[in-house]
Design a binder for this molecule. Sequence first.
Ligand code: RUU
Ligand code: CO
Length: 255
Amino acid sequence: MATRNYVTRREYDAWIAECAALAIACRYPIQAEMINDNTGLVFGDDQYEAFVNGMWSREPYEVFAIFQALNEPAIQGLPEGGLEWAQFGGLCDKLMIVHPGKFCSPHLHWRKTEFYEVVLGEMELYYASDILEDKRLQVTKKGLVSSHPMPKGERRPSGVRLPKGREHTYDKLTEYRRLGVGEPKFVMHRKHLHAFGCPPDAKTPVVIREGSAYSHEPTATGKASILSNWQGIHDNGFLLEGLDEGRLKNHIRES
Ligand code: RUU
Ligand code: CO
């Protein structure tokens, strides 16, 4: 039974300050506006339980932090007609910090392809190497320019502790990879299911640099200044129903 559906201001600020300190130590260009009440992501009401024993409890919950340094539509200079597929392009650069035992919830992006570079620690990556047909998420392989499967991973180790009650949402993510510092960048193509986490016994949170096409999210910076027909686009499709808002609004209790 969940006993918590909020994070206190003190807990939230301490979590994000620790992540920001790590990001700065990793030489990521943190600017003041990148630290706000959307920097931390909590994937649903029941995941606030993570704050009862704190970010270092090593318990499995879907919570992590994102510092977004760049989100650029990159439509300048496109030839006439170029806007048709521009939503699938653009530039985005962010740093993601996941504490030991914590996860990013299984999802896909209809438009965005992303890549990861591990900056500190180890990343446990879960994904589907193929585009899987999904009625609810409106994913189909029909009519795509190219839909070659992505490289296979390993079989997921049996001892992985997935978030309680959400284990089934990882079932289709059959491929597993452990990525470390200095290894080749890993490309996650659009429409492929993916999730990731930090090993529970890790000495540090995992720090991951993600490069990608433009991130269409409710909190994306620059939303107001770009083409008005991009403003309603949410490109994060979660397997767990109810998370579809992409970045949900945090319940931070002020006192
Ligand atoms: C990581 O896979 C990610 O796509 C981030 O860029 C956020 O948009 C949520 O998941
Ligand atoms: Co993603």
